[in-house]
Ligand binder design. Structure first.
Ligand code: SAM
Length: 455
């Protein structure tokens, strides 16, 4: 970044009209965009001192988001959503990191071998590798290889899984124990299922579920290749649990998500996600997390835990979902993930306040941790309090006795909470298609009877 003089003197922030003109003429060349981004970051870093007189902060922000969108190839909606997660200069680091592939990493399958032996075998084949870091005793980072790492005899014999370092984290946080009953609610292609099976030393049982039947093929193949004998594969919509089967010592919900943490692997995310997609995803995640909580056995002698994770960095899919679960299920609390690193989850974001314990959840970023963007939250599920309705007061009182359990009824999924967001997203989508949405629905008018009663 240049000092106070130089570029800054000659820099002119285009006006709204100039921006329109620029767009019509196909946009400026890449050097102009780069330079303008640098200048906007510089000005926004010390706005009072560096801004041009009369130009508001919002104009610099708008210009920067528009340039990020064209330079890195995001739709403007997503560029803005991701930009808002960070201080200005850090946002650029995040976008830059998404342009660079993450290190190739593998997880030793301890059901078949030891990391030391695996490393030696691969070194003998011309693979240059090293342990990932102190936080994992099974991970190896591959720097170079003269053989395809997904087709070595050791790979075919199930001695390792090709797996992103970030995806070790939810399993480490869940920490399944030998002999337990565990549910992996959205499990294909099985990186985490097979990790759990190994930590459980092939004892107990892991129910590996995925709603997408086609994806359970690769899941089953991995389970076989890695020699996991304690895994049952099934294919239900996660929202059918715990009706299908419940009472698990531990549950992992590695939820379907937008993939905003793995853009370096799948660049299509840059352009194929709309506001409506985020609203729908977060709605599904909220439904799934309640089902995941209800599938945990609170009386478990060894567990009673749920881990919720996503490979996304947006707040709607992470803290907002976790906060929702805390509100709807008073019998759960957040606990420390036990992970040695990661940034704390947001306890407030853009005017929304979350439960302060949401700070116990962990965020991982490509530009900070050199791994895919990821989010991990760990819950302890307690016994539900029996709630007795007192007919005289119409209220509910908690009781330890044998009162009627109305808790399940009272706290089931609340789709009304998401309704305004879903409606708003639908409106925006229609507008984007050039259609005119129906006017926003007004809050219900009081009925004559209600008006009478109120009067
Ligand atoms: C992030 S991926 C899971 C990755 C997997 N845990 C692993 O480590 O290999 C999310 C999965 O959720 C599945 N899925 C989507 N909707 C679901 C639902 N309603 N119930 C259960 N699984 C669902 C998708 O098919 C996808 O495989």
């Amino acid at each position: 970044m240049d000092g106070e003089g130089g570029e800054a003197e000659a820099f002119h922030l285009p006006t709204a009209e100039e921006r329109e003109e620029e767009k019509k003429s196909g946009g400026p060349d890449v050097h102009t965009v780069q330079r303008r981004m640098r200048e906007c970051v510089r000005v926004l870093g010390n706005f009072k001192k560096r801004a041009a007189p009369g130009r508001p902060r919002s104009e610099y922000v708008q210009q920067l988001i528009s340039d990020i969108s064209s330079y890195y190839g995001y739709n403007e909606f997503l560029a803005e959503k991701l930009f808002q997660l960070f201080p200005v200069a850090e946002a650029i680091e995040f976008f830059e990191a998404n342009e660079v592939p993450r290190p190739v990493t593998i997880r030793t399958n301890t059901l078949r071998t030891r990391r030391r032996d695996l490393a030696q075998a691969l070194i003998n084949r011309g693979v240059n590798l090293e342990p990932i870091g102190k936080w994992t005793n099974v991970g190896l980072q591959v720097f170079e290889s003269s053989v395809p790492i997904g087709a070595t005899p050791e790979y075919l014999a199930g001695h390792y899984m090709l797996q992103a370092a970030s995806s070790f984290l939810p399993v480490i946080a869940l920490s399944p124990q030998p002999g337990e009953r565990v549910l992996d609610m959205a499990s294909a292609p099985g990186g985490k299922t097979t990790h759990m099976a190994a930590l459980m030393e092939n004892t107990g049982v892991v129910f590996a579920n995925d709603a997408n039947k086609a994806r359970t093929k690769s899941l089953t193949a991995n389970v076989h290749r890695l020699g996991c004998k304690n895994v049952v594969v099934c294919s239900y919509d996660g929202r059918e649990f715990p009706k299908v089967i419940g009472g698990f010592d531990r549950v992992l919900l590695d939820a379907p998500c937008s993939g905003t943490g793995v853009i370096s692997k799948d660049a299509s995310v840059k352009t194929n996600k709309s506001e409506r997609d985020f609203a729908l995803l977060s709605h599904l995640q909220k439904q799934l997390i309640l089902c995941a909580i209800d599938s945990v056995q609170p009386d478990s002698k060894t567990g009673g835990y749920l881990v919720y994770s996503t490979c996304s960095v947006t707040v709607d899919e992470n803290e907002a979902v976790v906060d929702y679960a805390l509100r709807k299920r008073p019998n759960v609390k957040l606990v420390d993930t036990g992970l040695e690193f990661g940034r704390p989850g947001y306890t407030s974001y853009r005017g929304k306040n979350f439960n302060e314990k949401v700070g116990l959840t962990r965020r991982f970023y490509p530009h900070v941790h050199n791994m895919d963007g990821f989010y991990v939250a760990k819950f302890k599920v307690e016994k539900r309090q029996k709630v007795k309705t007192r007919p005289d007061e119409g209220g509910a009182v908690a009781t330890g006795g044998d009162a009627m359990d109305v808790d399940a009824e009272e706290t089931k999924f609340d789709s009304d909470e998401d309704k305004p967001y879903l409606e708003e997203a639908k409106r925006k989508q229609m507008k984007a298609k050039g259609l005119r949405p129906r006017p926003r629905s007004k809050p219900a008018e009081p009925t004559p009877i209600a008006v009478e009663a109120a009067a």
